[in-house]
Design a protein around this ligand. Structure first.
Ligand code: AMP
Ligand code: MG
Length: 338
């Protein structure tokens, strides 16, 4: 199958017709690019799992254009607190897990009796839902296990030949996937940290617990390998330039392949690496650049990608979550690959 990349404006009506006829379209959202299909069409949604190589028990997020579209998809009404939360953050990078009514096919829900729903705040995502007049099931538009795509080229790299169309609207704003909170539990469980921080959730919901291994059964996606480029990823958890320089100088440099550095420009100036991608110098830019930086550096087949970053804000919880998985870390602190 030929995969077209079209400018989001000129490709929009073609994209909507593909969605209506049960085919797949990759499209931009404010978080990352999504791989969409009509959420009410079980066969179309099955194709999402095939194109991504995604395990069938890892459910998809259903995207809706308006807050009111939730009502037909849930079996019990939302609490007042959850309604207020959605009032504050929808449209936006927040997904809620709620009891499912049965309107959304089981294949989308990974066989669960709950459904994950989000109202995205991106003009192309909104226009695609409006024009196709369908809710759209969409996971991130990468091959399963790879870093999420933040540009149309990233999507093409992973899904070329597997889908008919990618709508291109440049880089995504947040760069990390949505916050996922399970409000069927008391207290609510933060299944995936994102741009809406735990503190922001707690202002509406009261205490929210972070998912751990005990809650994995409720969030099947958590148990799979994630965000990993081919090169090993090492995380150096410090912004102390002297310490970074000492560690860099101590690296064995005779492997023939250079080390790649994903860090701030200040760190680049101190270490002078052969391969570098700018992560920026605050958590907003780090979130935006992390996945694309991993993908870009990986193309040079480095000995390892060294990520220099230390948490400095609430958004850091989301970055930390992705970085741990990219580096295949457990709960331990930093790692230098030795
Ligand atoms: P993705 O869209 O690929 O970035 O991943 C969607 C995330 O939402 C995965 O981690 C899923 O496991 C999670 N998710 C989707 N639906 C549910 C659900 N019904 N219950 C719990 N987690 C879900
Ligand atoms: Mg994903």
């Amino acid at each position: 199958m030929e995969t077209k990349i079209m400018d989001a404006k000129s490709g929009l009506s073609f994209a909507a017709s593909l969605i209506q006829s049960g085919q797949l379209v990759a499209f931009p959202t404010e978080t990352v690019y999504g791989l969409g299909a009509n959420a009410l069409d079980a066969d179309a949604c099955r194709d999402i799992f095939l194109a991504k190589g995604r395990p069938a028990d890892n459910p998809l997020i259903v995207h809706i254009p308006h807050r009111e579209n939730v009502d037909e998809m849930i079996s019990t009404p939302l609490s007042e607190l959850v309604n207020q939360l959605l009032e504050a953050y929808w449209p936006g990078p927040l997904t809620i897990v709620v009891p499912a009514s049965g309107v959304v096919p089981l294949v989308v829900r990974g066989g669960l009796d709950t459904v994950a729903i989000r109202c995205p705040d991106h003009p192309v995502a909104q226009a695609l839902m409006e024009l196709s007049a369908r809710p759209i099931a969409a996971p991130s538009a990468n091959r399963s296990g790879r870093p999420s795509p933040t540009t149309a080229e990233d999507v093409y790299e992973d899904l070329m030949g597997r889908i008919p169309l990618i709508l291109d609207a440049g880089c995504t704003v947040f760069g990390l996937e949505s916050t996922v909170v399970d409000v069927t539990r008391d207290p609510p469980v933060l299944l995936r940290p994102g741009a809406i921080t735990r503190q922001q959730l707690e202002e509406f919901l009261g205490p929210v617990v972070l998912a751990d291994n005990g809650t994995t059964a409720r969030a099947p996606g958590m148990k799979y390998r994630h965000y990993a480029p081919s090169a090993p990823v090492w995380w150096w958890n410090t912004s102390d330039v002297e310490e970074l320089r000492t560690r860099w100088d101590a690296l064995e440099k005779h492997s023939g392949r250079p080390y790649a550095l994903l860090a701030s420009q200040e760190t680049q100036r101190a270490l002078r690496p052969a391969l570098f991608y700018n992560l920026g110098d605050n958590d907003r830019t780090v979130a935006q650049n992390m996945f694309h930086g991993l993908r870009t550096l990986d193309r040079y087949h480095p000995a390892a990608i060294i990520v220099c970053w230390a948490q400095s804000s609430g958004l850091g919880e989301a970055i930390l979550n992705r970085l741990r998985k990219a580096a295949e870390l457990g709960d331990a602190g930093d790692v230098d690959g030795n």
